[in-house]
Design a protein around this ligand. Structure first.
Ligand code: 6GU
Length: 237
């Protein structure tokens, strides 16, 4: 898979994408990540990427030209379909089902916005999917791009090691994950549930499913309500 990140701050991705699961996926060639700075596609002395909104108002708006040119630049040799994603708080809210869809694409272009947002003609002309990572406002799309890339890369076949699995993740079956324990058996008076020490795999599995449902009911009843939607499913209850 190829991912292009279009940003004014390419340097912020280095540490996060160099470590752990994403770092390993990059070194092993499972995913190639390229960074392009919108500023490379300006031609004035000050390398201007933003401007005042027409008819006034606060803040600055990302200009069309550097954005269109940057997208065309990273798409120029594409031989596969390119999926364009605009990261914006006005987008469709990200969920695991969307992550699975994006993980199935071959070439993803992520555009990180800054300032008050993108000139509307960028939305109109680019044919990009607009994605938000939640109902709050970030100062830029970079941290959202990290979230999107992280969630995608861990789903790529071969990305997780043998002892890691995406199949049991929270949300993969529409439910939150069950509680987990590791040694010691007792810590500050808190004990590991007896069933997990029993070695009875059927009972352990039943306990996990039941805890998973209980936790989802308590914390995220909305996931249970939205059967068939947003990756939530109650099939296995
Ligand atoms: Cl994708 N961008 C910004 N700036 N804020 C956000 C967001 C994205 N998603 C949630 N808040």
């Amino acid at each position: 898979m190829r991912i292009d990140i279009l940003t004014l701050f390419p340097e912020v991705f280095e540490a996060y994408f160099g470590a752990s699961i994403i770092g390993r996926a990059v070194s092993s060639g499972l995913v190639r990540i390229f960074y392009t700075n919108f500023r490379e596609f300006t031609d004035d002395k000050h390398r201007t990427v933003d401007d005042k909104p027409f008819s006034g108002g606060p803040g600055m708006v990302m200009k069309c030209k550097p954005v269109f040119d940057a997208v065309e630049h990273v798409c120029r040799d594409a031989t596969v379909e390119v999926t364009r994603v605009l990261l914006t708080p006005q987008g469709e809210r990200l969920n695991q089902r969307m992550v699975e869809e994006l993980a199935g694409t071959e070439h993803l272009v992520l555009l990180c916005g800054h300032y008050e947002g993108f000139d509307e003609r960028i939305r109109q002309g680019l044919g990009a999917r607009e994605i938000s990572i939640g109902d709050y406002v970030l100062s830029g799309g970079e941290s959202a791009a990290m979230v999107v890339v992280d969630a995608i890369v861990r789903l790529l076949p071969g990305s997780l090691g043998d002892d890691e699995s995406a199949a049991n993740d929270s949300f993969s079956d529409g439910l939150l994950e069950h509680p987990q324990y590791t040694r010691p058996r007792a810590f500050r008076g808190m004990e590991v549930p007896e069933v997990l020490l029993s070695g009875n795999h059927a009972e352990i599995e039943a306990w996990r499913r039941s805890e998973s449902r209980k936790r989802t009911m308590q914390r995220r009843p909305d996931l249970l309500d939205r059967e068939g939607d947003a990756g939530a499913s109650t099939d296995n209850q």
